[in-house]
Design a protein around this ligand. Structure first.
Ligand code: HEM
Ligand code: HEM
Length: 176
């Protein structure tokens, strides 16, 4: 096997797109909460996009087991180890981020507000002060950014320095 299966490729890029959307929506939601202007729709959209990231990540793990994956690219053992563990940590964070999101909903007034359909019950400024999972959710976003930067730098190195065509393995359109 020299490249990822087509469904792995589709899920990889779809996850990236939804992740950017979830990040933007989460940030906007936090700003709206600080101004006491958050809406039920704002929560429902963030929760749905974030939930979709969780489903896609689980699908990616299933496809990875069923379809297999190409061996690590030829490289110095240290770079191979970094690539391997960054992939593991990315999966871990992609799983934990939505799970902590669900925990925020369950441990704050968000759940009750959604069930009652009443935006006035939503947390206002500092409303998540005592919700520990909110802090974890926020910090996990920072961890994800660091991991994604290392991952993208690796992809750039292979594309422009090593020039070994590694990106082809994560592409639908293939030269041969
Ligand atoms: C992997 C996808 C996700 C990403 C990238 C993401 C990102 C974010 C970000 C950046 C924030 C703002 C944090 C802050 O600065 O206070 C946030 C807040 C939040 N997220 Fe997520 N999130 C994701 C998934 C979820 C899911 C699945 C749920 C729930 C089912 C969820 C529930 C929440 C809640 C309740 C808040 C608090 C909003 C507020 O501070 O007003 N998130 N998220
Ligand atoms: C512009 C951004 C990105 C580029 C160019 C890119 C490129 C790639 C490439 C080329 C591979 C295959 C590596 C190999 O064959 O050894 C890969 C794998 C992977 N990517 Fe990305 N990626 C990007 C963003 C992301 C993001 C944001 C995430 C998650 C947050 C992510 C998660 C993964 C994971 C988990 C794998 C490992 C797949 C596996 O072997 O199970 N990627 N990426």
């Amino acid at each position: 096997m020299t490249r990822y299966s087509k469904r792995m490729v589709v899920v990889h890029w779809l996850t990236l797109a939804l992740l950017i959307a979830a990040w933007y929506l989460g940030d906007s939601l936090a700003d709206a909460t600080d101004e006491s202007k958050a809406t039920l729709a704002g929560y429902i959209v963030h929760l749905s996009v974030g939930g979709a990231v969780l489903l896609l990540t689980l699908a990616q793990l299933v496809f990875r087991c069923k379809d297999g994956r190409p061996p690590l690219a030829e490289d110095k053992p240290i770079y191979q180890a970094v690539a391997k563990y960054v992939h593991y940590f990315l999966y871990t964070v992609l799983f934990l981020l939505p799970v902590t999101g669900i925990t925020i909903v369950l441990n704050s007034k968000v759940g009750a507000a959604l069930l009652a359909g009443d935006a006035n019950m939503l947390p206002k400024e500092h409303g998540f002060k005592d919700v520990f999972s909110h802090e974890i959710h926020e910090q996990l976003v920072n961890v994800l950014i660091v991991l994604a930067v290392v991952h993208i730098l690796g992809a750039i190195k292979h594309q422009f320095i090593t020039k070994d065509g590694l990106m082809e393995r994560m592409m639908l359109r293939r030269k041969d």
